[in-house]
Design a protein around this ligand. Sequence first.
Ligand code: AAO
Length: 512
Amino acid sequence: MRLVLLLVATGLCSAQYNPNTRPGRTSIVHLFEWRWDDIAEECERYLGPNGFGGVQISPPNENIVITNPNRPWWERYQPVSYKLCSRSGNEKQFRDMVTRCNNVGVYIYVDAVINHMCGSGGGAGTHSSCGTFFNAENRDFPAVPYSAWDFNDGKCRTGSGEIENYGDANQVRDCRLVSLLDLALEKDYVRGKIAEYMNNLINIGVAGFRLDAAKHMWPGDLKAISSRLNNLNTKWFPKDSRPFVFQEVIDLGGEGISVNEYFGIGRVTEFKYGAKLGTVIRKWNGEKMAYLRNWGEGWGFMPSDRALVFVDNHDNQRGHGAGGASILTFFDSRLYKMGVGFMLAHPYGFTRVMSSFSWPRNFVNGKDQNDWIGPPSNSDGSTKPVSINPDTTCGDNWVCEHRWRQIKNMVIFRNVVDGQPFTNWWDNESNQVAFGRGNKGFIVFNNDDWYMDVTLKTGLPSGTYCDVISGQKEGSHCTGRQIYVDNGGNARFQISNHDEDPFAAIHVNAKL
Ligand code: AAO
């Protein structure tokens, strides 16, 4: 009996670590600042057919409108109500997106901003994305409604009311993060309002949530809120499915709060992952790819089944949040593709691919003066649609990393090798490395400054494979290089350090 209860209990809890993606779909993509109409199209025309599991969307709720600077991307992290109304679209468009994406097996993960409302400065007369009245100076958000009682102003014990020291967990959770009005999540009323917002999204059909600024909320409060969440909509999900939760907790070590405080609620973002991978692939601090042999927990990361991993996110690609200069982004596209390729081939963690918009960087004393610039937009401030070029890439400054052939094909690679062990590691004690995933896939990198010509044990069945980095399999031929695996499972890899992409990957679904 006890065993049965234990199994039931772990079964119920473990659902929150399970991303709820369809079987054989193993990654999500963050379509940062995309409009709901464009995401619906992208699910149907690209993400579904290419095996993406889901989309992390920008916050869907109503937010403050900032005009100085002019419509920064970060205004969406300043809620003024829980109405579904933002630059990405209105409620009707949101519902249409969820329905259309769900119908093609690509699920929606909402960026939930529940730690705070807008900055303390937004007084009466400040605009909101849907025209709802609010007055931040009086803590008045009548559309929720929240009033002064619902904020932590009295609880915070720093002189400024702001977080002053990240070493002090009380400050981090009870004081204001960059002046954002800190909600009192220990209040039953506030928990109820947040759960109501999230349950509305669940009922519409979303599959889970990114909890923004989770580090700034007490784990006990998050636990209480998550216990009030409904099961997922049975129109698309099996009965009793729990919403997937991944919490944004930045823990590079050395602060008052650690990621493992949050494991009881769901997965947690592993920020060490992108910071370290960037350092290795850039070959900074004496790092080499050979050291990636024990990548994962061996590098001091959290347990794989608790981790949400990514090479870059919307903050650290532009110097916000944590990670620093080592973070790889689309601006360093050659290294970036290797980083994302490595992440998607490696079994550690649940993977999120970044899809960005570009902006003109302007560094002054190491700080990008343009780190605030919002999505491609029209003169009236509305977000531009994502245009698609004849070669399948995107226009109008939408970068669409997820459509880069190398990245898209590695998303497929990860699906093909899902569940297979990490096998056949090889390295040259420098920056040429290779590994396999059971008998399903194999990947080889040459990040050294010289030519690579090696014969390696791949573990794959003999035959001719299409490298899915230099090209892919189309019909009965390869558009890029071919790799021959012999009867012993060995293959010769010749990769120039001058190649457009100095890596190669093969898997059983790209065999001729
Ligand atoms: C904007 C303006 C502010 C203004 C405010 C209100 O920029 O000047 O006061 O409006 O009017 C985003 C933007 C913010 C923006 C905000 C609201 O990034 O610039 O403020 O929207 O519009 C912390 C949090 C983390 C947060 C990150 C940005 O812990 O949760 O800051 N990320 C999320 C979102 C983000 C969003 C918010 C939260 C707010 O992803 O887009 O903000 O909803 C340390 C701590 C980290 C801390 C960083 C940065 O990191 O550990 O927890 O992140 O500092 O403050 C080394 C250390 C590392 C350290 C890092 C940076 O790497 O190892 O630990 O240095 O110092």
